[in-house]
Design a protein around this ligand. Structure first.
Ligand code: CA2
Length: 146
């Protein structure tokens, strides 16, 4: 399969591997990017792996993805639980969307149980740790190949 997939990461995920290892593990976001790039290479697809702490960056990247991506994987981090603006941007994206959470948000504080983004997601993966990115990318590649 050829084509482009976006992986967008929200606030604080740049610090992954540095704090709260009991919840988020010790792998860094750069490590996750490298794992995803290897999978992309093996499957002959292009990948944009992005992270920002700013809501408007995430929204602008979702707009960019409309023009060029066959699928979008997003860990919106805390914006999952707050951002109607990100939900609105995703509503304009017409290809498959997979929402990833490293932790199982349903086992955690009640304010994490609801995600606005899930309303527009094709699928949601939560609680598999950083393997969630790998699972999402493999599944996205097969969705985009159909
Ligand atoms: O489990 C996930 O992937 C989350 O999206 C992570 C978000 C959290 O707000 C969501 O409820 C669930 C938080 C990301 C914080 O990233 C950290 C990075 C380094 C150390 C600690 C947290």
């Amino acid at each position: 399969m050829s084509g482009l997939i976006y992986i967008i990461n929200g606030p604080n995920l740049n610090l992954l591997g540095q704090r709260e290892p009991e919840i988020y593990g010790t792998t860094t976001l750069k490590d996750i990017e490298n794992i995803c790039l290897q999978i992309a290479k093996k499957n002959n697809i292009n990948l944009k792996f992005l992270q920002s702490n700013a809501e408007h960056d995430l929204i602008n990247w979702i707009h960019d993805a409309r023009q060029e991506a066959k699928g979008l994987i997003i860990n919106p981090a805390a914006y999952s639980h707050t951002s109607i603006a990100i939900l609105d941007a995703l509503t304009l994206f017409e290809e498959p969307i997979i929402e990833v959470h490293i932790s199982n948000i349903h086992k955690r504080e009640s304010f994490r149980h609801h995600s606005y983004v899930s309303q527009k997601s094709t699928a949601v993966i939560a609680g598999f740790g950083i393997d969630g990115y790998e699972i999402a990318l493999e599944k996205m590649i097969s969705l985009c190949s159909n």
